[in-house]
Design a protein around this ligand. Structure first.
Ligand SMILES: [Zn+2]
Length: 280
């Protein structure tokens, strides 16, 4: 099975309007390209049990009592629970999460191991921009190619936060570092298959300032997550998709791999196989 890379629209911290304007078909494979807006989701079968997304102990060891909610949940679990509570039919992510030692992989692709998690990186990666605050890397398979019910079925994802180049805080009033809760809530949305929401007030919006705090979901986010996961309807409209440039075009059942970057430099960078193809 071919392993092909699908790099999605990057999360810009500044203007990056026209969410799918960068879509470019660079190959004419028989299967046809993955269209912008193609849903990205976990299968119903996978979600029969909540996703086991670990939290690395360099996060949990750094949290203090004031970071915990009334039930002792730390900020990352709090953000997972917001997505869980937003849907009527699924508990997406296991809360509380398990604590694991940081993987500290040198290569971002190595995170596709036997465990999924939220990790800090203090060294970052040669093939990921230093302008990225955090990334959600995902792996999946292309399903129902060429039909109205086409989607990407996820089978692995990790969130990695760039502690080499940026500072993060759990103090929502801080103006000198990025709000960890807000970053995690946004990335957890990507981990569940959501792309950016360009038109509504949303935690999945394309802009987050260093002084901004988005610690709860907006009405648009609740609508989007429910649209992406409609009970009894495994493949739905809504959510997912964005920038879809890839070569060669993956076919039915082919593995795909993608990355959402949460960026700090105010520009959208679109890359294919590590090569920058568009900045706007
Ligand atoms: Zn994003």
């Amino acid at each position: 099975m071919r392993l092909l890379k699908l790099f999605l629209l990057l999360f810009s911290l500044s203007s990056c309007l026209g969410g799918t304007s960068g879509t470019k078909k660079i190959s004419t494979g028989g299967a046809g390209p993955i269209a912008p807006g193609t849903p990205i989701r976990w299968s119903n079968a996978t979600l029969a049990a909540p996703l086991d997304i670990n939290t690395s102990t360099d996060f949990t060891n750094a949290f203090v009592a004031a970071d915990l909610d009334g039930n002792g949940r730390h900020p990352i679990d709090q953000m997972s629970k917001l997505w869980n509570d937003a849907h009527t039919g699924y508990t997406f992510i296991k809360v509380p999460s398990d604590n694991v030692a940081n993987k500290a992989y040198a290569n971002v692709s190595d995170f596709k191991d036997g465990e999924m998690g939220v990790y800090k990186s203090f060294t970052w990666f040669s093939n990921v921009s230093s302008s990225a605050l955090a990334i959600t890397q995902f792996f999946g398979f292309r399903r129902n190619v060429g039909t109205a019910s086409e989607y990407i079925e996820l089978n692995h994802a990790d969130i990695i936060v760039n502690y080499r180049d940026y500072d993060f805080s759990t103090d929502s009033t801080s103006t000198s570092d990025y709000d960890l809760h807000s970053v995690v809530l946004h990335e957890m949305g990507h981990l569940l298959g959501l792309s950016h929401n360009w038109n509504e007030t949303s935690v999945m919006g394309p802009f987050l300032g260093i002084t901004q705090s988005n610690r709860s979901l907006y009405a648009a986010d609740v609508t989007t997550i429910n649209n992406n996961y409609q009970a009894g309807n495994p493949i739905t409209a809504g959510g997912g998709g964005g920038f879809a440039t890839f070569s060669p075009v993956p076919g039915e059942g082919d593995a795909v791999e993608g990355m959402f970057e949460l960026r700090a430099d105010g520009k959208c960078h679109h890359t294919v196989n590590g090569v920058k193809v568009l900045v706007h």
